[in-house]
Ligand binder design. Structure first.
Ligand code: CMC
Length: 435
């Protein structure tokens, strides 16, 4: 008993199985019980044991992680403990990538060495260019990106040696470095423009912009405001704990496939309109609304479930997405540099109306990272289909950090969920004539 006569608290939960009347004490560790402990809850020796049923992982932690912390109710996002607001204001994408990979901010010499390594791996094999050229002129750039990341694995035969720390790191560097090149080439291909080789005198982001925008000039000089804006966008997208694509990276990586294939799988997950494709959907939605006067009509459709307010809502954030706040401000900097996107006014008014409406307030639906990012991309004349590719460039750092963490975690095995079989019991094959 405790001092006040209360039962002494223990880090455990006691479960009574009403089928048998037996009780079980399940230890609580880090606010969780181990689902495997439920297997002891049985009605007989032959019984498989109790499982937990959790479609879409609504309440299941699949790993322990030290990479990213999110408090969805408070709207907090930290990478390795550092608040996203501070990183967005003071860091660079490569410094953030180093932080995500290694757990600590780099000292100057470490960052210089890391930057040097990345900058010197931006080129891809010439055959990959031919591979990209094989796509139809109207191929979706994200589909091209996914395929070309997967194709990279064919050039690195040792990339399956994932247990060798040096080999593993070498390929993490390669992927991080080459992803902007593949992304930019997918974009140039869609426009029918020649592919631009990397310029290793530029920063990570400056080089990406060069491969996107360079035309006949001898040297492309990225506008400072745009270069910084993109670097911040990459930082904001760099990681987001166990989201759909990171889960794909970990799950596919858990089969011990090479990191190029796992990154391609993660990219494929990001392609979907409920994940990385949402920023494109926001643009389609704003275009469809067309004028501020049509917003109430659209909101009505959302409330009757005929439409979805894209760029709103989040599985984890039940508060303003901290990344959306930063992006909203970033949009001002970009629009000052390149001119205002007329859809911004519709977006601002839509946000204002939604945040006062009980439908959104009661469901805790707030703008997420995608609500404003598409407007920035569009102001820079990126086609909507390219938006998820831009997301993928930033997120690659997080995917790789999480992939390595998964490999190093002795508790992890090949990802293999259970199922509740609801189909037919055993039955005999019926010949065609008797069906
Ligand atoms: N517009 C209208 N209603 C919504 C929306 C929305 N964007 N999002 C959720 N709801 C409603 C939903 O219909 C449900 O209502 P009810 O209780 O009446 O059935 C309630 O809110 C709870 O939603 P949910 O579908 O259970 O939430 P979820 O956690 O499964 O879905 C989400 C999260 C992001 C898939 C969803 O909010 C959504 O589809 N949003 C629009 C797409 C989007 O912007 N995605 C980008 C996410 S941020 C980038 C990333 O990290 O991938």
């Amino acid at each position: 008993m405790g001092a006040a006569g209360e039962p002494k608290s223990r880090e455990s939960v006691t479960l009574t199985d009403n089928r048998t009347g037996k009780t079980y004490e399940l230890p609580i560790e880090n606010g969780a019980i181990r689902a495997a402990d439920l297997r002891n809850v049985k009605t007989s020796e032959e019984d498989f044991g109790l499982m937990s049923f959790d479609p879409a992982f609504m309440n299941t932690a699949s790993c322990k992680s030290k990479v990213t912390f999110i408090d969805g109710d408070k709207g907090i996002l930290n990478y390795r403990g550092y608040p996203i607001e501070q990183l967005a204001e003071r860091s660079t994408h490569l410094e953030v990538a180093f932080l995500l990979f290694n757990g600590e901010l780099p000292r100057k010499a470490e960052l210089d060495a890391f930057t040097h390594e990345i900058i010197n791996h931006t080129f891809v094999h010439e055959n990959l260019k031919k591979f990209e050229e094989g796509f139809r002129h109207d191929a979706n750039p994200m589909a091209m990106f996914i395929s070309s990341v997967a194709a990279l694995s064919t050039f690195y035969q040792d990339s399956h040696e994932i247990q060798d720390p040096q080999v593993r790191r070498q390929h993490m560097i390669r992927i991080l470095a080459k992803v902007p090149t593949l992304a930019a080439w997918a974009h140039r291909h869609s426009l029918g423009l020649p592919y631009i080789y990397p310029d290793n005198e530029l920063s990570f982001t400056g080089n990406f912009l060069s491969m996107i925008f360079k035309m006949s000039e001898a040297k492309y000089k990225p506008p400072v405001a745009i270069e910084r804006a993109f670097d911040v966008l990459f930082i904001l997208h760099a990681d987001h704990e166990q989201n759909c694509s990171t889960n794909a990276m970990r799950a596919v990586g858990s089969s011990h496939v090479d990191p190029y294939s796992a990154t391609a799988a993660a990219s494929a997950a990001l392609y979907g309109p409920l994940h990385g494709g949402a920023n494109a959907e926001v643009l389609y939605m704003l275009r469809e609304i067309g004028t501020k006067t049509k917003i109430p009509e659209f909101v009505k459709k959302v409330k009757t479930k005929e439409a979805k307010l894209m760029g709103f809502g989040h599985r984890v954030y039940k508060n303003y997405d901290p990344r959306a706040r930063i992006i909203k401000k970033l949009a001002d900097d970009v629009f000052n540099a390149v001119g205002r996107n007329p859809l911004l006014d519709i977006a601002l008014e839509l946000e204002r109306i939604a945040l006062q409406d009980d439908y959104f307030v009661s469901r805790k639906l707030y703008p997420n990272v995608d609500f404003y990012s598409g407007l920035i991309y569009q102001a820079l004349k990126f086609p909507v289909d390219f938006f998820p590719v831009l997301f993928a460039i930033g997120r690659t750092a997080g995917w790789l950090a999480q992939w390595e963490e998964m490999l190093m975690d002795s508790e992890q095995k090949i990802a293999r969920p259970r199922q509740l079989y609801m189909g037919s019991p055993r039955r005999d094959y019926v010949p065609m004539s008797a069906r």
